[in-house]
Design a protein around this ligand. Sequence first.
Ligand SMILES: [Zn+2]
Length: 470
Amino acid sequence: MEKKFYITTAIDYLNAEPHIGHAYQKIIADVLARWNKAKGKEVFFLTGTDEHGQKIANSAREQEKKPKEFVDWLAPKFKESWKNLNLDFNRFIRTTDKDHQKKVKEFVKLMGKKGDLYKGKYTGLYCEGCEAYVTEKDLVNGKCPFHPNRAVKELSEEAYFFKLSKYEKKLLDFYKENKRYILPLFRKKEIVNRVKEGLKDLNVTRLKENMSWGIDFPLDDKYIIYVWYEALLNYLTGLGWPDDENYKKFWPADVEILGIDNGWFHCVIWPAMLMSVGIKPAKTILINGFLTFNGQKISKSLGNAISIEKLVRKYGADTIRYFVCRHFVFGQDGDFSEQALIDRHNNELANKLGNLVSRVAGLIEGNGVEKTENKLLKKFNEKKIDKLMENYEFDKVLNEIFAFVDKCNEYIQNKKPWETGDKKILYELKESILKIAELLWPFIPGSAEKIKKQFSAKNIKKGEILFKKI
Ligand SMILES: [Zn+2]
């Protein structure tokens, strides 16, 4: 088994405040990071913000701020939100960080040396929402499918190109050899089919006279680097590529998690960039679905309702974490319904888990425990959970764990330790609860740590209520 685990998330583009849509993916990343940590691996979890480009320059202007001022104001809100959700990341990278900018230039120079960059002229359609050139084929009713309210523009400028077309066959071979490179598999099919239709070389610069908020292009000072191209490099620069110890220890990434709007860049352009300079691509690109909020598409107009800070204050980090892992089938789109969250909080966390913990703690406080063979825990199939985690079926993992919680509650009903005071039964229950806490730790770390502390104590006490009903 591998001893290390490197996981990255998409870095969020700083043109709006953090909301539950951003948070969903970061929570999944944290769950995977903690799960691997619990398995004894050394983990590096990278997240951060994408801070250059036209849209950010525009948003800054709207607020009468300089771009740097604007991102310095917004980036901490993301970092703070992730802290509020109890995300235990190792680095929060900002693409305006000095070391990122320096290493990006090194990477460009290296790619230039490999002969994969050339100057040409680009004329084409451009979606400012995506900060990307688009082709007629990408459009739905003449509009970008991700930004149907914006017109795509015709843009023409001298530019530097990355020879992406050169990597078409290499990529197709790579997808074939690496069966789990793009997950879920239905996403893989979409992307592979598009690559088979042919790849065009990619414009990787913008003329400074048109747009200057970015990193200088080191091969020609009239240009800055196209924002997408340098943002992708954060997964390398965040580890201190090429000579830092962390890079040597953790690369290649084990999981890069992102939304389908980023799929093309991450599954096609990114591995081709790495192949160009001779670096191995990530092992798995994991694509999450999109969430709506109470049935509505998440947008700025929902405003404060979807603020992470407000949601955490209302429901607590663990309930939000539990809900997004339990309620959605990973990879599919879903609706973050507050009513569904409240129902699951009350029925599953408070009634099932909370009651089990408080009942057993109270009985042990009165009767004590006596070590014995654990027949109850024997009925529990932990291997099945490992298998489900390997397939990113978080909903089923939690379902299995809670089926065992149910079994523990039934065991109490059947054995009636409140009448018998049977210390052996209470020992079995105590050990089973500790196992449950261990398995739930990646999902609800705050509550799991409380349970562990309570049931590892020499004198177990009833203690406070774990989940108050909403
Ligand atoms: Zn777009």
